[in-house]
Ligand binder design. Sequence first.
Ligand code: OAD
Length: 250
Amino acid sequence: MSTASDEMIARAAAALRRCRNLCVLTGAGVSAESGVPTFRGPDGFWQGRRAEDLATPEGFRRDPRGVWAFYNWRRSVLKDVKPNAAHEAIAQLEGRFPAFLLVTQNVDNLHRLAGSRRMVEIHGNIWRVRCTACAYREDAFGRVLADEPRCPGCGAWLRPDVVWFGEMLPVEALRRAEEAAQACEVMLVAGTSGVVYPAAGLVHVARAHGATVIEVNIERTELSAFADITLIGKAGEVLPALVRAMDAGE
Ligand code: OAD
C-alpha cells in the first residue's frame, strides 16, 4: 500500500487551515510508536487472552485478582513509556483552532503527558481507580497496585477507572464528544481500527453534519470508506508532516 503523498498531505493541511473547529479522534495506533501494543493485530493486548475475561464486569466479578494482574501488568508496561511525535503534533494542533476537542479512546494518559488539555477520555484512564461500591476515586499515576486493591473508605474492591465491554461510556465525556462531532468542520481520525462503538460512530456523526473527515492510519480501516482523505502512514510521521504543511502554507 502506498504511503501518503506530499500532495495528499497538502490537501489535508489546506482543509485544516480553513477550519476553525477541529475534533481529533484517536485510538491505540497513536501510542504504537511509544511501544504500547494496540488491541487488535498480531501483537495486540487481547492476543491469547479473552477480552470477555479481562475487560468485562462479569470477568472482574469471576476473577478480580486475574483482572488486576492484567491491569497491573499493563500499568508496569506504561510506567516507563513516553509520548511520541504523534501525541506532540496533536498537542500542537490544540492551540491553533478557536474550537478544538481531542476525543481519545486511549486510557494510557500519553496525550496528557504530551500537553493536550482540551480532551476527553471516553474509555477512561488506566491510572485512575475507583471503588466498586462507593464513590471513592483515586489517581494512582505511575503506581502498580497491590494484588487485591481495596477501597480505603469502605473496604470493597477497587477497579480500574476504564470502560469495560458492555458498560456505558462516561456520560459527560460522551456528551462533549458528540457535541464536538456535530459542530466540527474537520474531524481528524488517527490510529483507530474504527470497529468499537460508540467511538467509531462519532465519525458518522461528524460526516452527517458536513465535516471533512481526514484519516491517518498505517492501513485502510472500517472508517476509510467514510473519510474524505485517508493518509496511509505512521501517525508519528504523518501528523508532524501535516502540522509542518499547515505552517508552510501560511
Ligand atoms: P485497535 O487495536 O483496534 O486499532 C489500532 C489501529 O491503529 C489499527 O487500525 C492499526 O492499523 C493502527 N495503527 C497501528 N500502528 C499505527 C501507527 N504507528 N500509526 C497509525 N496507525 C497505526 O485499537 P482502537 O481502535 O484504539 O476499548 O480500539 C478501540 C477500542 O477497542 C479500545 O479503546 C479498547 C478496545 O477494546 C476499550 O477498552 C473499551
